[in-house]
Write a protein that binds this ligand. Structure first.
Ligand SMILES: [Zn+2]
Length: 434
């Protein structure tokens, strides 16, 4: 039976091979290509990631150590695939990382940390090209970084706007520094092609305002059905609540211990001339405790033993644990782990219930709508718009409604980010068309 199925599959396979139709794209969403490209990115430690964040020119690229470079190029076999995916992404007419149409507080946002890492990775690859004299290739990489940032910044929520703009800024700074290094026609043409026919303004703030508004409306509708959600908004103080000790997963606790040890070591070497410490970890930890770089000797909850290894050619120690937990693999923030829903006291639940049924709540929702209407009228790219946004920001900040204060974004700082970004790109376009 198994054989029959296999041969049937083979027939089907060859039948499809026989068809000469080109593959049809199921979608035209650049985000898919970006996410695939990110899958081919090498593993990058937080130490190297910090260094990549700084790179904007050749000098900062040259600060990378041998180890940093090794990580940067550890998946160089896939770089061609990554570049190809970036080209495919550039050909797409759409880009959205928002795949959940419900648009409420459960909506899945783009994996910001990975997207940022990816942008920094491509940016660093561009500077590596520049170091090798491949300026045209460098220009192409920076264009891809810019386009990624542009795509993200036009995608829904205001936070995507600011986030995408930070990526654009990195690309534009790199491009300006590349032009200072080399402005031959070929390089300029690649950049000019990338920066002509851009929409103006680059980022339409109304898209973000509409998303924010929809997000709040939907979230409130859901919260009315699940009133505990209002408890999460910290609108109601609970005097009766006792603080319970937080239970931390053992792996997280071990990762946290390792970070503490790293910090203590760094402090130690700031004060002491570098000299290799004892090789057994107990003595090292004892030294750190005795000299008050550590309050107490950390204990691995997985019964592991902390190990210190002197990194070859480098004047620092690597900390690890025999239990195998790697802090780079353990998110430091809680944004990826869902904590158990805290219980709210009956007292708080009663307050929430009263609030939802009150006239005040109806009024608060009306106020939110009015503020959004006002926001949509503002042109973020003018001085008058800045002033109007400032007035709205005050209205939100000093609002008598805690709900308004909690939920509404500050339009003035967001619009300022948009305006400065537009100026930066306009300046670059002027430079390229000169
Ligand atoms: Zn451990």
């Amino acid at each position: 039976m198994g054989k029959i199925i296999v041969s049937l599959l083979m027939v089907l396979m060859f039948a499809s091979l026989g068809a000469t139709q080109p593959a049809k794209f199921v979608d035209d969403n650049a985000a898919l290509r970006y996410l695939m490209a990110m899958g081919y990115m090498p593993q990058i430690s937080s130490k190297t990631a910090d260094k990549l964040a700084e790179i904007r020119d050749l000098d900062s690229f040259k600060k990378l150590t041998k180890d940093n470079l090794k990580e940067l190029n550890s998946a160089s076999g896939f770089l061609h695939t990554v570049t190809r995916l970036l080209d495919l992404a550039a050909d797409c007419s759409k880009c959205t990382f928002i795949v959940d149409k419900k648009l409420d507080f459960d909506t899945i946002v783009p994996p910001y940390r990975s997207v940022r890492m990816f942008a920094r990775y491509i940016n660093a690859q561009g500077w590596q090209n520049a170091e090798n004299g491949a300026y045209a290739e460098a220009a192409r990489k920076f264009c891809h970084v810019f386009r990624l940032g542009l795509n993200v910044s036009r995608d829904g929520f205001a936070i995507n706007g600011s986030f995408g703009i930070a990526i654009q800024k990195m690309a534009v700074e790199s491009i300006n520094n590349l032009l200072a290094l080399n402005s031959e026609e070929k390089v300029k043409k690649i950049l000019a092609d990338c920066f002509t026919n851009l929409p103006k303004p680059l980022v339409d703030s109304r898209v973000h305002i509409d998303y924010e508004r929809l997000f709040i409306v939907n979230s409130l509708i859901r919260a009315e059905k699940e009133p505990a959600m209002f408890g999460h908004m910290e609108l109601f103080k609970d005097e009766s609540q006792k603080t319970e000790p937080k239970i931390v997963a053992p792996d997280k606790a071990c990762a946290a211990n390792q970070r503490v040890l790293m910090g203590a070591l760094e402090m130690y070497f700031m004060d002491n001339e570098f000299a290799p410490l004892a090789s057994d970890s107990e003595t090292v930890i004892k030294t750190l405790v005795d000299q008050q770089y550590l309050k107490a000797a950390p204990v691995c909850p997985n019964k592991g033993k902390y190990i210190f290894t002197l990194v070859e050619g480098e004047e620092y120690y690597d900390v690890s644990c025999s239990c195998g937990v790697d802090p780079d693999q353990q998110p430091a923030a809680t944004d990826e782990t869902k904590e158990k829903e805290p219980e709210f006291s009956p007292e708080v639940m009663k307050k929430i219930d009263e609030y939802i049924k009150s006239e005040a709540y109806v009024g608060d929702k009306k106020e939110i709508n009015v503020i959004f209407d006002e926001m949509l009228k503002i042109d973020p790219y003018t001085a008058a718009g800045d002033e109007a946004a400032g007035k709205l920001a005050e209205r939100i900040e000093n609002n008598k409604s805690a709900l308004v204060q909690y939920l509404m974004m500050n339009p003035q700082s967001f619009y300022k980010t948009l305006r400065e970004n537009q100026q930066r790109v306009d300046d670059l376009v002027a430079r390229l068309t000169k």
